[in-house]
Design a protein around this ligand. Structure first.
Ligand code: NAP
Length: 280
């Protein structure tokens, strides 16, 4: 049987249509107080600038506003903290996105954690992570939360399944592992010191590639019928998993591009709309 394509692009478009209606309802109720997502870009990393622009464009498509804060490469931790304080105190701003990574001289963790948890629509704070992990209400980290929405949309069953997550970053590997665990999967987290990686991946019903290295996870390592989720995106339209070698044998997969990427943005916007609905 042909594998199901977990079409993040199509689902994100559908979500945007629904979100536009919710934004309109907020506007009507609040007499034109359009929800605002504040984005903070520090430095000149071209990929980060592109991601922030894409997020701003998505705001526009659903009728929301984005407030763009652009800070120089030389910004200090204190300067960034003071920008975040201003946005925390601004009642018109419903969500705050601090684009990762920030320049090396900045204490990124301290800055993430300065974001008011009610405005942490990108799910980057320690408090938000802890609440999510404990099953309490919190905005999940946008990329893993987007992956979970995609899996739920396609009714991929998770309970009792063995999920192997490759990567343990604060924004992706760790939170997706906790989300899968909360959905009753049995979860193994792998990282750069893991031994016997290919054998562990071979046991997985669900493989999540969050490594940051093009086609690092080989298709032959993945067992027949597994669900393949690839968070990576590299030049040549390849992800962290060698998809071409597994497409014929897996039961479902996220395409690259058009799988996880669009879901990240749609989830960020959805969480901002949710924050705005709570405020009105
Ligand atoms: P990251 O912070 O660089 O983390 C990479 C993880 O992979 C680390 O935990 C690292 O282990 C692990 N790793 C590295 N080499 C390994 C190896 N040889 N064997 C096993 N594990 C290894 O990356 P990230 O921010 O989580 O991103 C991961 C991927 O997702 C990237 O391709 C990124 O572009 C993509 N991404 C996509 C989106 C989206 O919206 N589509 C958003 C964010 C990220 P250690 O902890 O031991 O170093």
């Amino acid at each position: 049987m042909a594998a199901i394509i977990l079409d993040g692009k199509a689902l994100a478009q559908q979500m945007e249509g629904e979100l536009a209606l919710r934004v309109k309802a907020i506007n009507d109720k609040s007499h034109g107080n359009t929800p605002i997502l504040a984005t903070i870009l520090v430095g000149e990393d071209p990929a980060s600038a592109t991601y922030v622009r894409m997020k701003g464009n998505a705001c526009q498509r659903v009728g929301m506003e984005s407030l763009r804060i652009v800070l120089p490469q030389t910004t200090t931790t204190d300067e960034l903290l003071s920008e975040i304080d201003k946005l925390n105190a601004n009642p018109s701003v419903q969500g705050i996105l601090l684009q990762h990574p920030v320049p090396a001289q900045i204490d990124e963790r301290r800055c993430f954690d300065r974001i008011n948890v009610e405005k942490d629509v990108d799910g980057v704070t320690v408090l938000g992570f802890g609440k999510m992990a404990m099953g309490e209400s919190a905005y999940g980290s946008a990329t893993p939360a987007g992956i979970m929405r995609l899996l739920q949309h396609y009714k991929i069953s998770l309970a009792g399944k063995h999920a192997v997550v490759v990567g343990r970053s604060p924004i992706l590997g760790k939170p997706i592992a906790m989300m899968l665990l909360n959905a009753h999967a049995t979860v193994t987290i792998c990282h750069s010191k893991t031994q016997g990686l290919s054998e562990i991946i071979g046991l997985a019903d669900i493989v999540v590639g969050a490594v940051g290295k093009p086609e690092f996870i080989k298709g032959t390592w993945i067992k027949e019928g597994a669900v393949v989720v690839d968070a990576g995106y590299h030049p040549g339209s390849v992800g962290d998993i060698e998809l071409s070698a597994v497409i014929d044998r897996c039961s479902a997969y996220t395409p690259v591009p058009g799988g996880v990427g669009p879901m990240t943005i749609a989830t960020l916007i959805a969480q901002t709309v949710e924050a705005a609905e709570k405020n009105k």
